[in-house]
Design a protein around this ligand. Structure first.
Ligand SMILES: *Cc1c(COP(=O)(O)O)cnc(C)c1O
Ligand SMILES: [Zn+2]
Length: 447
């Protein structure tokens, strides 16, 4: 079982809707020239079937958290399924993936559940799951440059985490990066990351959807290379999350996977990972997918729960879950397919519900970003409705590190989030520096 993959595995771009035509993954192309729709990466699954399920899971286990570069990465350890023809010397990796699958024992017990797990994707180089997709995209750009492509800069519109990941991977590879951010709508923690990494940071007087519209035009004109998840390369890296969760359970499936969802690339990615495992015989069914949206930015919730197969754009309202404050999700058709195949559910959470869920989870040792809190609030609602029960193995995907969202935590515990009651606030007690006052405060708190 060697580390260098046979060269016969192949992957290429095809139209997501099935129009004819295919393009090398190093081509700067973002939509189907025939129908104008999304593209996808298609793998030569019949070539991968030359090996049985046992071969693949043993190969992946052997590499997991290992030291043979770049296969210790959670993404590149599954290289044959991700980007099989990528030359190793083009890979830009920061040992992404392989994140803790946290048994949320106390939090689950409070809901009457025995088997709740939180996949901490934010415990990563730039602090969010976006690293998983960005390692693939930036590596492919390096590969394209090696083949002689002319690329001025890699660019994205972002609600914060995409730009942080792109800026970090771009800087590691020495490639120029441009990020378009909605001014005043992302956390300081996220804003400072691309600044520190030397990206050209453009703060626009609009929302995420406004930034997205402009960056798409820049890409069509060939001014920049597009790093948003409209580019299917991102999905290839992100799909390893589903595979890794099953791997961490000893190749057993959970019953539910709950995912905070905005632009819907990650929902599509999760399905892509499970589909690959099913196609290659590692699993024989799918878990149920739960897409969790903020009620203030809920176009998928509105469409899915009224039986629609198309997602109509809405104007996203302000939400503490700023990374999913998206009204016109680019990957909507991909997400609809994922929901159809995975017996999907779409839930939503109000600002009050997400704040309560974050505070409850934090008190059991988690440190939730507001998006993860949206997923936890969805879990709480599905338990209340009897859909998720005591024995169900449920995984909540935590998409970012709570430490990027200090303002959210501070405002909650100060009780200053508009329209939200901070029922679980735990403000610090300020005291003079003398023994008596300190002793009294401790007695008062615990007696
Ligand atoms: C990007 C992001 C999401 C949403 O993922 P999509 O693929 O856009 O649905 C959720 N949470 C965090 C923290 C993110 O950065
Ligand atoms: Zn097409």
């Amino acid at each position: 079982m060697g580390y260098s993959p046979p060269v016969t595995y192949r992957a290429e771009f095809r139209c997501f809707a099935g129009c004819p035509g295919s393009w090398p993954v190093t081509t700067a192309i973002y939509r189907c020239p025939t129908c104008g729709g999304l593209l996808q990466v298609m793998h030569d699954v019949s070539a991968l079937r030359a090996h049985n399920a046992d071969y693949w899971l043993r190969l992946f286990d052997e590499r997991y958290h290992g030291h043979t570069w770049p296969y210790g990465s959670g993404v590149w350890g599954k290289k044959e399924w991700v980007m099989p023809e990528m030359p190793d010397d083009c890979v830009v990796s920061m040992y992404e993936g392989g994140t803790n699958l946290f048994w949320a024992e106390r939090y689950g017990k409070q809901l009457g559940l025995d088997d709740v797990w939180v996949k901490l994707c934010g415990n990563s180089h730039s602090g969010s799951f976006k690293d998983l997709g960005m390692t693939v995209l930036v590596s492919v750009v390096r590969w394209a440059l090696q083949q002689g492509a002319k690329i001025r800069a890699i660019a994205c519109a972002s609600t914060g985490d995409t730009s942080a990941a792109l800026a970090a991977y771009g800087a590691a590879a020495g490639l120029p990066v441009v990020v378009l951010l909605p001014r005043g709508k992302i956390s300081t923690g996220q804003l400072v990351q691309p600044i520190a990494h030397g990206a050209l940071v453009l703060g626009l007087d609009t929302d995420f959807d406004g930034c997205m519209a402009i960056v798409k035009d820049l890409a069509e004109e060939g001014l920049i290379y597009l790093a948003n998840s409209m580019n299917p390369l991102r999905i290839e890296g992100q799909k390893t999350v589903g595979i890794e969760i099953v791997q961490q359970f000893g190749w057993q499936l959970p019953d539910f996977v709950i995912l905070p969802s905005g632009n819907l690339g990650n929902a599509a990615a999760l399905y892509a990972g499970f589909k690959m495992m099913k196609d290659l015989g590692l699993i024989d069914r799918y878990p149920r997918l739960v897409a969790a949206q903020a009620q203030n930015a809920n176009p998928l919730y509105l469409a899915w729960n009224s039986g629609k197969k198309e997602v109509a754009p809405v104007t996203a309202k302000r939400t503490e879950a700023s990374a999913i404050q998206i009204g016109n999700p680019v990957s909507a058709p991909r997400a609809i397919r994922a929901l159809e195949e995975m017996d999907g559910i779409v839930e939503q959470a109000s600002e009050q519900e997400l704040c309560d869920a974050a505070a409850r989870a934090d008190k059991t040792g988690l440190y939730c970003c507001p998006h993860t809190a949206v997923a936890l609030a969805a879990l709480e609602k599905l338990v209340a409705r009897g859909v998720i029960q005591k024995h169900h193995k449920t995984v909540v995907i935590s998409t970012a590190a709570g430490l990027k969202f200090t303002e959210f935590k501070v405002k909650y515990h100060e009780g200053t989030i508009d329209g939200v009651q901070s029922r679980l606030a735990n403000p610090p007690v300020m005291l003079p520096a003398n023994y008596g006052d300190v002793a009294d405060a401790i007695k008062k708190h615990f007696d």
